[in-house]
Design a protein around this ligand. Sequence first.
Ligand code: ZN
Length: 292
Amino acid sequence: MGKIVRTISKDASVVCSAIDGTDIVSEIERIHKTSAVVTAALGRLALGTSLIGFGLKDKDDSVTVKIKGSGPIGSMTAVSDSFGNVKAYSDANIVELPLRSDGKLDVGSAVGKNGTLTVIKDLGLKEPYVGQVELVSGEIAEDITNYFAISEQIPTVCSLGVLVNPDLSVKNAGGFILQLLPFAPDECIDIIEKNIASMPSITNMMEMGNTAVDIALKALEGLNPNILDSFEVAYRCDCSRERTKRILMCLSKSDVKSLAEDEITEVKCYFCDKVYHFTKDEMLEILNQKCN
Ligand code: ZN
């Protein structure tokens, strides 16, 4: 189980959410059998999306974050509920690139520096809220920071890290999102800047034994922070036979008709690899229920 936590400064002008997502990213590697750089890229996106989801107001709200870059990974998609439970998949699961000169996985090149980051928030309204920005580096945390600055006009600091072992298992993974409210005083901004500049990387902090709570409190050090709430989070796919059937119902009549020619139609969930089977009779029933 992962852990997600939210802290707030005493004057309520800065909020920081942090996540220990080692188990979540391990699950991504287990399900999708990703190479190291894809584990890092998809892991960062999943944890960033989880932190954005955790910031949603209503319990039934959800958020989808898509990154479509020019690099070999192609597109990546992550979906989180409002508790931070998340699921993710990418176009390519295996990408091999040389390490960067500093010895780190080259997430920016795997994702690509040209492309878009799209945030779709389902807030229970008739239409979802959609915001899109150009990628700045493909390193994901920077792209999320830029999204909040440009699209939502919220001063944000986002840091995400995934450390992959030589055997491709996940050593640790985590991150935080810190956001300033419009009334945040200048002194508070100065303190935050100093805190961020002096903080080691997320994976280093986790290596040193810091928990999500420690990280979220450290980011707000000097501002008398309090813990607002904290939950267990996990990689969670909410697919079901019923949902899969509804997706088939949305296909065009001719598509359903051609699928119904096979004895068995197999539908695989992108997020968890679960396979659903529909017999010819079931497909014909779906066809009959369709009116378009
Ligand atoms: Zn699924």
